[in-house]
Design a protein around this ligand. Structure first.
Ligand code: AGP
Length: 592
């Protein structure tokens, strides 16, 4: 993962780089660093921890250099430490590199360099790049990078500067994201668009196998053989205001509240003629939904809808498992890659693998121009806007909207079903009105060390998602389970200290779920029920009852997830934890 940024132009580079790094911090925050060209020399500053540690260290230092690169790290090779923090330099301190991703053959390259007498200062794979470029340099940075890049294996992106050519940054994209921001007399490089949005909305998205040569005057792109490549400059529609906190304590809370808009915008975007589906799902023998994390949970909900409305057998697979399994895939299959970022490497590889096998591929992504978007045959966009909190919330419900839309397309009652879907934003708005009650409830659960989440049918993926939200931001262990499976094992865990969150809207499995609630109560478990407003029967069985507005069965996942997001948020926030940037996580996972 990691975030990289570069600036070259007419302004002092440091504040622009630090601003960009703060917006990239969601990609990793184990350490941060910058390299600047100051009066013809390379200066490197780095710190362990978050960007604010780096900023504190830079106070009062009069750097005015107009070219520089920056990095925020999510550790892969080498523990989080000052030595392993980026930028990494060659032995003479003339070349500095920031890097995202993994150089898989770095040990082999490192041994070769060490045999030549090069001494290493870090445990990272990145340092080999700096030494290799310094070794290949003969007066032209671009040529040195081109000489090195074909020797690197893996999925990565990096940017390099040298004191020998102030004003120039060379960037490489191979598997990890890298975009160019085009300005007036200044240009930018970054892992992600939001990092550069305050400075420019004109963006070039690089493709794998491209090298970019950036100076204040221009941007030139080449393939790995040095042949020029022509790319389109795209005007990004987001503005930075939508990436600020707007008075909320955390981005996550703001994003939970943005769900009615995210769902509404997604439905409107999909309904518009431009995103009409070019095929009927019923043409396929089978549909495979492939994703990771929260996007996988959206896929689990989508499977129920697709099978109900189309009758096409549908499977949901973890991308990381699918890619290395022997699952047969062929031209009769539709493979749907679901990904907020559109950059998750497991999902990207899985979709590409399926396409090579002849399957048709469809992306459901939030980031326009992301790798999975570009590399799939078709795309359905979730119009949720930028999501900054590491825990996915609004992009989850926007994915649900896209998957519901997909499942009803071509259905004889699609118009009626679509008009039902259009009521969801208002229902989610109502569900959010109960936030105060959930905040009050959360207070009693701050000391719990384990939670069980149960649900059946459409509420089972929601139980999984509720448990994931709690564990990722509060560090409390939580397990999601199909309610009917509880008696086959997890019931042994239940005693008076175990909170059990039961998702029980009045759907086809309501009575069955209530029997499971009884089983928990009999063993003195503390039941937190999520159910329809006015459901006194469920309310009486629970220690806490979190209400949602009544809704048709198929639409309940949009609503039942809201109290679970809020419960996780308030527990983590009351524990004083870093809700938006939980430990060990990163927003975009670009390593396998
Ligand atoms: C969600 O809260 C997580 N942080 C994570 O599981 C995420 O959903 C997963 O990494 C997939 O990301 P993607 O949607 O960008 O592919």
């Amino acid at each position: 993962m990691c975030g990289i940024i570069g600036y070259t132009g007419k302004e002092a580079a440091l504040p622009l780089i630090l601003g960009g790094l703060e917006r990239l911090e969601y990609r990793g925050y184990d350490s941060a660093g910058v390299a600047l060209i100051e009066n013809g020399s390379l200066v490197v500053e780095k710190r362990v921890g978050k960007i604010r540690e780096l900023v504190k260290n830079l106070w009062g230092k009069p750097y005015r250099g107009r070219t520089g690169i920056g990095h925020t790290r999510w550790a892969t090779h080498g523990e989080p430490s000052l030595e392993n923090a980026h930028p990494h330099t060659d032995e003479r301190g003339e070349f500095a590199v920031v890097h995202n991703g993994i150089v898989e053959n770095y040990l082999e390259l490192r041994r070769e360099l060490e045999d030549r007498g090069v001494s290493f200062r870090s445990d990272t794979d990145t340092e080999v790049i700096a030494h290799l470029i310094a070794g290949a340099y003969e007066g032209d940075l671009l040529s040195a990078v081109l000489a090195v890049v074909n020797r690197l294996r893996g999925a990565f992106a990096f940017a390099v500067v040298t004191s020998k050519e102030p004003g120039r940054i060379v960037g490489v994209k191979q598997g990890s994201p890298l975009v160019v921001g085009v300005g007036e007399g200044e240009n930018f490089l970054a892992s992600d668009i939001p990092a550069i949005l305050p400075y420019t909305r004109r963006v070039i998205t690089l493709s794998d196998g491209e090298v970019v040569d950036v100076t204040p005057e221009g941007v030139n792109i080449y393939d790995f053989n040095g042949n020029p490549v022509t790319k389109e400059v795209v005007l990004v529609p987001w503005d930075i205001i939508s990436a600020e906190k707007a008075g909320f304590k955390h981005f996550m809370l703001k994003e939970i509240y943005e769900q009615p808009k995210a769902i509404g915008d997604t439905i409107r975007g999909l309904v518009s003629a431009g995103e009409a589906l070019p095929f009927d799902l019923r043409e396929f023998r089978r549909i495979l939904l492939i994703a990771c994390g929260t996007s996988y949970h959206a896929g689990l909900v989508g499977k129920f809808w697709i099978e109900k409305f189309t009758g096409v057998p549908t499977e949901v697979l973890y991308a990381s498992e699918f890619r290395y399994a022997d699952t047969p895939v062929n031209e009769d299959d539709l493979v749907v890659g679901i990904s907020q970022s559109g950059e998750t490497i497991d999902t990207k590889f899985a979709v590409n693998f399926a396409r090579e096998k002849g399957a048709r591929t469809l992306a459901v992504v939030n980031v326009v121009g992301s790798s999975i978007d570009r590399e799939s045959d078709y795309t359905l966009y979730t119009h949720a806007g930028p999501e900054i909190g590491v825990a996915a919330t609004k992009t989850f419900t926007a994915q649900l909207a896209a998957l519901y839309y997909l499942s009803i397309s071509g259905h004889p009652q699609s118009e009626t079903l679509l008009s039902e879907l259009m009521k969801v934003p208002a229902l989610v708005e109502e569900a959010l009105e109960r936030a105060e009650e959930i905040e009050r409830v959360s207070q009693d659960y701050l000391r719990c060390r384990n939670f069980l989440y149960l649900g059946r049918y459409l509420s089972y993926p929601i139980a999984l998602e509720g448990a994931l939200k709690l564990k990722e931001i509060s560090y409390i262990h939580a397990e999601g389970y199909p309610a009917g499976e509880m008696k086959h094992g997890p019931i042994a865990l239940i005693d008076e200290s175990m909170p059990v969150v039961v998702v029980a809207p009045q759907d086809r499995v309501y009575e069955k779920t209530l029997s499971n609630v009884e089983e928990v109560r009999t063993r003195k478990g503390r039941v937190i029920g999520v159910g329809f407003e006015g459901d006194d029967r469920l309310a009486k069985m629970c220690r806490e009852f979190l209400e949602i507005p009544p809704a048709p069965e198929d639409l309940t996942p949009f609503l039942t997830v809201v109290p679970l997001q809020l419960l996780a948020y308030y527990i983590a926030s009351k524990l004083g934890l870093d809700v938006d940037q939980p430990r060990n996580l990163a927003k975009t996972v670009t390593v396998e």
